[in-house]
Design a binder for this molecule. Structure first.
Ligand SMILES: [Fe+2]
Length: 192
């Protein structure tokens, strides 16, 4: 079954994100959906053609994490944007962040600091399914650094394409705009 790109045009008009930036970002996302479908089709054909073990098969297998996560992380990201309300500091998520980081403010400082790191990738708040602990993590590109058995709770794109159109090199300003638009209801619903 092929993956289908989701429609995020509802996000157009959110404060701090221009229509040009968002539309380009949607196009990039759609490219990952196209590419993971192509890649999986190619691997299925190669399996039938007896090409398992060839360098071509191996390289496509290696590529799968990049294309798949390029698709899925954008879905987490766009899904956790478009919020209109601030986080309820007495709610389940805020209490969990305070519990594991000492305070909500410490969590926010750590998450923003993770997103401001040099390089291209993602800042992700994960929850460890085994212990329930929440962890902020840097992902290099789309696939390097994920933690097995952890669920993404809040996902922030910090590839330059996510902000350079509107903010130039001012990544910190983009991170502030991102925080103003977090859909905390969606984020909280991901927490176990
Ligand atoms: Fe992106």
């Amino acid at each position: 079954m092929a993956y289908t790109a989701k429609d995020y045009s509802n996000l157009i008009g959110i404060e701090g994100f221009s229509e040009t930036l968002l539309k380009n970002h949607f196009t990039l996302y759609q490219g990952y959906v196209t590419n993971i479908n192509k890649l999986m089709d190619s691997l299925a054909s190669m399996l039938k053609e007896g090409k398992v073990g060839t360098p071509e098969y191996s390289e496509l297998k290696r590529r799968m994490g990049f294309e798949f996560n390029g698709m899925r992380l954008h879905e987490y990201y766009f899904d956790n944007l478009g919020g209109k309300v601030v986080l309820d500091k007495s709610g389940k998520l805020a209490r969990k962040l305070a519990e594991d980081f000492g305070s909500y403010e410490d969590w926010e400082r750590d998450f923003k600091g993770t997103g401001a790191m040099r390089g291209i990738g993602w800042a992700i708040l994960y929850q460890d399914n085994t212990t329930g602990k929440v962890i902020n993590l840097w992902i290099n590109e789309h696939e390097t650094g994920h933690l097995a058995g952890c669920i993404p709770i809040l996902v922030m794109d910090v590839f330059e394409h996510a902000f350079i159109t509107d903010y130039g090199l001012k990544r910190a300003d983009y991170i502030e705009a991102f925080f103003k638009n977090i859909n905390w209801n969606v984020v909280e619903s991901r927490l176990k």
